[in-house]
Ligand binder design. Structure first.
Ligand SMILES: Nc1ncnc2c1ncn2[C@@H]1O[C@H](COP(=O)(O)OP(=O)(O)OP(=O)(O)O)[C@@H](O)[C@H]1O
Length: 213
C-alpha cells in the first residue's frame, strides 16, 4: 500500500492516478465534491472542525481497509496528515486542544498494528509531494474550488501559509513507514512528460529498494 501526502493542491490526486496506472494497481480517492461537510467547515470552521475531522477519520480508515490487501495500491491522502491539520485548527481556536489531543489518541489506537493480524494499517511507503507556498496558492486558484479561494475569504491566506510551513516538520518527523519526498515545484508531473518520468523513476527505485517491486 502506497500513500500520497502533501498540502492542499500539491497534486496528490493526480499523482495517485498516474502512479496506479503505471503500477497497474488500484487508486483510492477521497472525494472532495461529495463531501457535504467541507463547504460547511470553510464557512464556519469553529462549528464544523471536529465533525469534519471525524468524517475524514472514518472515510480514510475505510479506504485503508479496502486498499491494504493489494501490495501496490495507491491512496490519494494519508490519514496521518489530518492530525497536523486538526492541530493547526486547534491552535487557531477553531477546536480545543483537548479535542485535538483526544483525536490523536483515538487515531493512534485505531492505527495500532495488531500482532498476527492480516489487516496492515500503515502503508509500505509514504510519498510526500512538497510544494512552495507560492505554488500552493497558484494551484488552489487554478483549480477554482469556490470554498477554497483566498479572494473569497482573505483569512485563508494565513491558514494556507501556516499549513504549508508545518508540512516540512511533519514530514521530517513522520516515522510510521518508509518515506520518499518529491519536489513538486521542480517536477511538474501533471504538465510535463519528462518530469513525470523522473518522478516515476524515483518511486520505482524506492520500491525496488524496499523489495516491493
Ligand atoms: N483534516 C482536515 N481538516 C480540515 N480540512 C481538511 C482536512 N483534510 C482535508 N481537508 C480539506 O479538504 C480539501 C481537500 O484536501 P486534499 O489536500 O485532501 O485534496 P486536494 O486539495 O484535492 O489535494 P491534491 O491537489 O494534492 O490532490 C481541502 O480543502 C483541505 O483543506
Amino acid at each position: 500500500m502506497l500513500v500520497l501526502a502533501g498540502t492542499i493542491g500539491a497534486g496528490k490526486t493526480s499523482l495517485t492516478k498516474l502512479l496506479s496506472q503505471h503500477l497497474n494497481s488500484t487508486g483510492y480517492y477521497e472525494s472532495v465534491d461529495d463531501n457535504e461537510i467541507l463547504p460547511l467547515f470553510y464557512k464556519d470552521p469553529k462549528k464544523y472542525a471536529f465533525l469534519l475531522q471525524i468524517y475524514f477519520l472514518n472515510t480514510r480508515f475505510d479506504n485503508i481497509e479496502k486498499a491494504q490487501d493489494e501490495k501496490l495500491s495507491v491512496m490519494d491522502r494519508s490519514i496521518y496528515e489530518d492530525s497536523l491539520m486538526f492541530r493547526l485548527n486547534a491552535d487557531m481556536k477553531r477546536a480545543t486542544q483537548t479535542e485535538s489531543d483526544i483525536y490523536d489518541s483515538l487515531l493512534s489506537n485505531m492505527m495500532e498494528e495488531i500482532p498476527d493480524s492480516t489487516f496492515q494499517k500503515n502503508p509500505d511507503l509514504l510519498i510526500h509531494i512538497s510544494i512552495s507556498f507560492d505554488t500552493m496558492l497558484k494551484r488552489i486558484k487554478k483549480r477554482g474550488r469556490s470554498f477554497e479561494q483566498v479572494a473569497k475569504d482573505p483569512s485563508l491566506y494565513n491558514y494556507y501559509k501556516d499549513l504549508n510551513e508545518r508540512y516540512e516538520d511533519w514530514y521530517k518527523n513522520y516515522d510510521q513507514s518508509p518515506k520518499l519526498q518529491i519536489n513538486g515545484d521542480k517536477y511538474d508531473f501533471m504538465e510535463n512528460e519528462n518530469d513525470l518520468k523522473a518522478v516515476i523513476k524515483q518511486v520505482d527505485d524506492k520500491l525496488v529498494e524496499l523489495n516491493l517491486k
